[in-house]
Structures are given as C-alpha cells and as structure tokens.
Design a protein around this ligand. Structure first.
Ligand code: MTE
Ligand code: LUZ
Ligand code: MOS
Length: 776
C-alpha cells in the first residue's frame, strides 16, 4: 500500500530549492498591494487618551491609519471577547494600538513612527509571581481530583514538597505571521493567511467586518512552521489586512519582521507550580497535591484549554492513586501566551518528571528505577477517570530503548568517566512519554474532505487540514492513493480553503492526519462504492468482487481481463455516476466533563521513550549532547520518513525549551518595564547544529497498529517534544556527579549553561560565587 511507504515530503523539492511559496511571497507578487505596520505601545500597561494621525498622514506613501473607529463590526479578534483588535488600553509592551497602511513597508513604518499616541501609564504585573501576589487571574480555575490526597500525604512513609517554576518558549517558526487580503467586484473577501485555523480566521473576520462567513474565503497554502503559534495568534493580522482592503479596495499585506513577531505574539506558557508528593517505603507514588499557575499574559486566548491539558498530563506515564491538582491562569502584562507543541502537556509532565528527578536520590533509588516501578499497568485509570489502554506499550518501548542505547553498560562507563574526571562529568537518563490524542474540547474532533475524480482518472483532493511542514499533505496524498487503489502520482492536492471544506478545526492537537485522513478515506470510499458496480458490469462480476489496486481494476476470479482506473472512471462518467464526494469523519467514543475534569477525552495515547547522554563542563556549565536513542509509537506509520523527521524535530525543539531558550522580560521599575529583552535570534538562543546530539537514533515501535485510527496509524506531531525530558534529567544526573552521592539536584528550567553552572556550585556545596543574576 502507498501508506507506510517512506516517501519524501510532497514539497521537499520546493522547500530546498526555494521555490515553495509562502503567504508573503504571494503578496509580493500581488500588484498594487499596500503594506501595514503597527504602532506599538512603549508601556506595559497604559490607557490610550488619544491617537494623533496628522503627522503620519503627511509622510509620502502613507495611505491610511487604522484605528478602532475603522472597525465595521466588532472590535475583537479573539474567541473570548477579551481581545480588542484596537485596544483602549495597551496591555503589554509592544501591543499594537493602531496600524498604518503605506505604499510599501518603509512608508508604513515611517508613518507608524509618526503617529502620536497620548498614553496614561498604569501599574503593571510582569511576572507570574506578581500576578499571583496581586490575585490577578483570568478564566476558570480547574481541579483534577481522585481519592484523598491530603490523607495519603499525611500517612505516606516519605513525602516531599517544593516549588518548581519553568519558563515558556518562543515559537520561532521560520516564517513570521503573514496575511494578504484582496476583495473582488462583489465584495467577496479572499484572505491568504499563514494560519493553522482558516475556519476560525473566517469566523473572526466576519465578526470584525460585520459580514457573514460566506462573504469571506480563507486560504492557507502552507506555513513555514507554526507549532501552535498560528492556531489563534494569526487571526488579528488577517483582520488588519481585511479591514485595510475593505476600506481602500486595494490588496493589503501584513508581514511581521522577527522582532515584531516576537514582541507581539504569544508564546508557550511558563508555569509556577507548588507541590507535595508522597511515596511508600519502596518508592511507589501514593499521592500528588499541586497548584499549577500558568502565565496567560494579557488575555485568555487558548489558556484554559492549555491548562486543562496540563492538568491531564501531570501523571505522564505514572499511576498516582491519590491526586489533587489545581490549575489557574494568571493575567499579566505580557503577550497572550498560547498553544505550543504539546499544548500544556509538556508543562504538566515537566512537573512530575521534576518531582521524580529530585526525589529519586532521597528515596535511595536510581531515577530509572523510580520511574519504571511507577508505570501504569493495563487496567489502571488516569486521575481524570480514563482507562489506560495498551499500557504495556510504553513499557515495551522503554525496554527496547534501554536495549538500543546499551543503557546498563553505558551507565557503568559514565560512572567510570565521572570517577576519573574532576571537572567534566557525564550524565545519562531515560524518560517515558504518554500523551493523549484528541482535542480536549470534544466538538473539535471532526473533519471534512472533498475528493474529485476527473474523467481522465486524475484525482484532486482537498481537506480541512493545513500544512506547516509536518507532512500532513504528504500523508493525505498517501491515504487517498491507498483508498482509491491508485499510484501516488495520480493524486494532486489543492490548497486548504474554507470554500472547499467548511467548519474545520485547527490543524492542531496532533490530530491532523487522524481527522482529515478519516475524512479523505471516507470520500474515496464513497466514490469507489459507486464505481464498483460499473466495473462489475465491465468485468462480468458483482460490484462486491471488484478490487482497485495500483491503478488497475480487477474482478475476483476474472483472470483474463482487467481495466485501468481511468477506463472505469470514464465508463462511470458515461453511465452518469457521481465521481466526486465530500468526506466526513468524527472521532467516536469521546466524552468529557470540563467542569469536573472527568471522562475519556482522548481516543488513545501516543508515546515513547528516550535516552540521552550529556557531558557537562564544571568550569562553565556548558554541555554537549553526546548521544540520544529514541523509540516512539507512531502506530503503523502512514509515512515513516515524515514521522522520523517529526520525532527528531520534536525532540530537538523540546531540548531547546528545556535547556537553551531563555525568554526574558524587563522586570524592573524603569521606563522599559515589561519589554521583551530577548527579541531576536542574537539574544534568544535556539538549538542549532552545534547542539545536535553527536549520535542520534530513532526507532519506530514495531507491531504498533492502532485499531480504529486511519490505516492503523497514530498521531505523531506533538508527543516527541516531550522525549526531551531525558536531556534535562541527564543534565541533572551529570550535575549530581559533581557533588556527594545521593543528594537531590534542583535544576532551573531552562537548564541553560548558566543555570547548570549554578546547580554545580550548589552540588559542590559551596556558597554561590559572586553576584547572582537578577533572575536568581
Ligand atoms: N512540524 C513542523 N515541521 N512544523 C510545525 O509547525 N507543528 C506541530 C507538529 N509538528 C509543527 C510540526 C504541532 S504544534 C502540531 S499540533 C502538529 O504538528 C500539527 O500537525 P498534525 O496534526 O498534522 O500532526
Ligand atoms: N485542545 C487540545 C484544544 O487538546 N489541543 C488544541 O490544540 C486545542 N485547540 C483549541 C481548543 N482545544
Ligand atoms: Mo499544536 S500546539 O496543537 O498546534
């Protein structure tokens, strides 16, 4: 079958030759297009008394200044009615309070600099600690609870408590936010946007413009990366382009440069957590009690759903009998934090992995033994009440990963190296991943597709999912080829558009191929069901005995004759058989009570195991990743090369979050308070070639068919990011080796070389040297 074949990404050639078009490439080819530039607030929080546009309008090339007065419909670009497109109060440093349209970007930019805004500064909350202190929260507080955590903690043989804080992450998709709006003679708007969520862009633009959804078509051709950062955050930029086009009649393009993007758009949520964990004498987890506070930034965006997923992943792969975990979203004067690969799952799991990593030495257990003995077993239930099916899968992958990595022998080598070296230490760790697949908002688990078979036998497919580099389109081509029994070359894929498939969900929650694959397959099966009787007539057998495979149509028991797919298509046309179909899919078996946080929100769990070895330099805290071994469950992979790419990329992106990427805001009381200090690649360190593991092996789990998902496959987009916990735990292991045996190592997140240096100092039992940084 074509599914399961290791084919290259459908756009790989275009990507590497520079021919692939992104939204702003199309904009650059659009004659007469105006460019937009924002007027950004220089304050973290300020009321806007007035906006003076005169000085801007006299600048050559400036066409118009957009303010709240120009919004024809509702001045809001979110889904919670807390996200004014043109705010009356600037809510964070860099917030766009007006936009300037110019003949080109330079004119618009000069115009934006000339707009005179009169601000009345207001007090601001920058850190999550400040927000907690001020009682500044937004959205619903949620709790996942099972058993009696207080009682279990009171009687536990060993209990520990702590505070774990960790920071967010900049998406740093290579293509920044971009949109292009045009309008036709009938007033129909056509928006091309770099978005994961064309349908929601369409709906929000309808509100902002005071139009109906059918007045607006949104296309997402491809994205140069999104990672959750274009699930919601793209809408406002599309809205600016759309308003500009409605007012001027000219195409309008919005394209952020890197600094605009970093200062204006939301990031992964950082969290503050406080926790208590109880164990029995053998290290079996008895209870976990915790409060998770995410830093939501200035408005809700997806923060409630992200928090819910965090709360449903504090268990990772561990059975915890008594649980009481509360979650709340802080409101602060920062960008509105949003979806980012894992969608809160990584944050929830970081908490339990941090707890286990800290407690293992105190329980006199090797971390891998503490982790392993607490794994879920078949028949166990998660704290939110969902049965853990196939619990043995993670265990199998864990054991496979120990074997592939030669773990026990390398443990001895690492110990020998550490005994022989005073100032360099190595660390080795293995961690598991279990990640729930499905949107945790049940209604979103549906998708549509449109499949056309033309008279010549060629096939055009459209589906509701968007392509962000993850290979969804490649997989959909493979699914259609398999379902129709034709070669890959017979299928072409049309750009994702809201006028082809309506009411789509975001391509998110890793469910793009499950949902859209189900819909594409359904459409193809409808078409074949109509063609089969025609072929049956041609071959003299019943339609039930017709087989479509590799472009050839055969009849069961008919040896001497067959037809090509195209021949049967033409005959079907002549017999007036409909050769196109709309496909639909919805995930069955989900139920979820969001208020009680109980139910079965996921169709299944994806997961894996990873081993990382690091070497740390004691003088500087600098480290290298020596070797990584991964075993991951992608079910019966639809596209193994694509999936291995997702696993490698996810791991490295996770390592970035946990080690190098260090978002900093100005937390002082000076005039720059609230300004993002890390607003370009020169100050925000991303993983690059030098951080790549020297050795890197990825194995897909064998015999991994997932019943009920498309062709036995599993979602793969987000879960591998969380394989990076083994990198963090390996750093903890190496730091521990600098100090006395069996002491607990507290590691900041991100574990930057600086943070590792200070952790080593504390392992050495010395008072910290010199002046510590503001962050400490
Ligand atoms: N891979 C690439 N190359 N670029 C991306 O933007 N986004 C990730 C993941 N892998 C992303 C990626 C995120 S956050 C999700 S939810 C999934 O892809 C979405 O696509 P899927 O549902 O088709 O897996
Ligand atoms: N839930 C989820 C969501 O699990 N993942 C998502 O990406 C998402 N997006 C919107 C709403 N709920
Ligand atoms: Mo991915 S964070 O669900 O877009």
């Amino acid at each position: 079958a074509v599914v399961g074949m290791a084919v290259p990404h459908e756009s790989a050639r275009l990507h590497v030759t520079g021919q692939a078009l992104y939204t702003d490439d199309i904009a650059a080819r659009t004659p007469d297009a105006l460019s937009a530039w924002p007027v950004q607030s220089p304050h973290a929080h300020a009321r806007i008394r007035s906006i003076g546009t005169q000085a801007a309008l006299i600048i050559p090339g400036v066409v118009r200044v957009l303010t709240a007065a120009d919004v024809p419909g509702i001045n809001d670009c979110g889904t919670n009615h807390d996200e004014p497109l043109f705010p009356a109060e600037a809510m964070f440093h860099g917030h766009a309070v007006a936009w300037v349209l110019g003949e080109d970007q330079n004119a618009a930019r000069a115009g934006a600099a000339a707009v005179e805004v009169d601000y009345e500064e207001l007090p601001s909350l920058i850190t999550v600690a400040e927000a907690i202190e001020a009682g500044s929260f937004q959205g619903q507080h949620r709790t996942v609870s099972r058993g009696d955590a207080d009682a279990a903690l009171a009687t536990a043989a060993r209990s520990f408590s702590g505070v774990t804080e960790f920071s967010g992450q900049e998406h740093f998709y290579l293509e920044t936010q971009a949109a292009l709006a045009t309008v036709d003679e009938g007033g129909q708007l056509f928006i091309q946007s770099s978005t994961q969520h064309p349908s929601e862009t369409q709906e929000i633009l309808a509100h902002v413009l005071g139009l109906a959804s059918h007045d607006i078509t949104v296309q997402s051709l491809r994205m140069g990366g999104a990672f959750g950062g274009k699930e919601m955050q793209s809408h406002g930029f599309a809205a600016i382009a759309a308003i500009g086009t409605r007012l001027t009649g000219r195409p309008v393009r919005v394209r952020l440069n890197r600094t605009l993007d970093m200062t204006m758009t939301g990031k992964r949520h950082g969290f503050h957590t406080s926790w208590e964990a109880g164990f029995d004498e053998d290290g079996m987890l008895l209870a976990l009690k915790a409060v998770l506070t995410s830093d939501g930034g200035w408005c809700l965006d997806l923060s409630e759903a992200v928090l819910a997923r965090a709360l449903c992943h504090v268990d990772n792969n561990y059975n915890i009998p008594h649980v009481h975990v509360e979650g709340r979203v802080a409101k602060s004067n920062k960008t509105s934090q949003t979806a980012f690969r894992g969608f809160g799952g990584p944050q929830g799991m970081l908490l339990i992995e941090d707890i286990l990593g800290r407690c293992a030495p105190l329980l006199n257990l090797a971390p891998e033994d503490l982790r392993r003995k607490n794994f879920y077993r078949d028949g166990d239930t998660t704290p939110y009440g969902m049965a853990v099916r196939h619990a043995d899968r993670v265990t199998t992958m864990w054991e496979q990963c120990l074997e592939n990595s030669n773990f026990s022998e390398r443990r001895r080598e690492v110990d020998a190296f550490n005994a022989a070296h005073q100032h360099q230490k190595r660390g080795l760790a293995i961690t598991p991943v279990k990640f729930g697949i499905s949107f945790n908002f049940v209604a979103l688990n549906q998708a549509g597709a449109l499949v056309h078979v033309y008279k010549d036998g060629s096939v055009l497919i459209s589906h509701g999912g968007t392509e962000m580099g993850q290979g969804l389109h490649t997989k959909m081509l493979q699914v259609a080829a398999t379902a129709l029994g034709v070669p890959l070359a017979a299928i072409r894929l049309a750009p994702t558009r809201t006028d082809k498939v309506p009411n789509t969900s975001a391509t998110a929650a890793s469910s793009g191929s499950d949902l859209n694959g189900g819909a594409v397959k359904n459409a193809c099966e409808q078409i074949l069901a109509r063609m089969a009787p025609v072929a049956g007539g041609m071959l003299g057998v019943s339609g039930h005995d017709i087989r479509f495979s590799r472009g050839v149509v055969t009849g069961l028991g008919v040896k001497d004759r067959s037809f090509t797919f195209a021949e049967v298509v033409m005959e079907s046309y002549l017999q007036r058989v409909q050769l196109w179909a709309a496909g639909y899919y919805r995930t069955e078996g989900l139920h979820w009570n969001p208020a009680l946080m109980q139910g079965a929100p996921f169709k299944y769990f994806a997961g894996g195991a990873s081993v990382t070895e690091v070497e740390v330099d004691g003088f500087t805290g600098a480290y290298t990743f020596r070797r990584v071994d991964i075993v991951h469950d992608a079910g019966d992979s639809l596209s193994p090369m694509v999936d291995v790419g997702q696993i490698e990329g996810g791991y490295v992106q996770g390592v970035g979050w946990l080690t190098l990427e260090d978002l900093r805001w100005d937390e002082g009381d000076g005039p720059q308070r609230g300004r993002l200090l890390t607003q370009s690649a020169s100050t925000y360190k991303l993983p690059s070639f030098s951080e790549m593991p020297r050795e890197f092996t990825v194995q897909l789990m064998e015999h991994a068919e997932e019943e009920g998902a498309v062709y036995g496959s599993k979602a793969v987009g987000e879960p591998p990011l969380m394989l990076a916990f083994s990198a963090r735990e390996a750093l903890r292991d190496a730091v521990g080796a600098f100090g006395p045996a069996d002491h607990s190592v507290i590691l900041e997140s991100p574990a930057t070389p600086e943070a590792v240096f200070w952790a080593i100092q504390s392992a050495l039992g010395q008072p910290p040297l010199g002046q510590r940084t503001a962050r400490d």
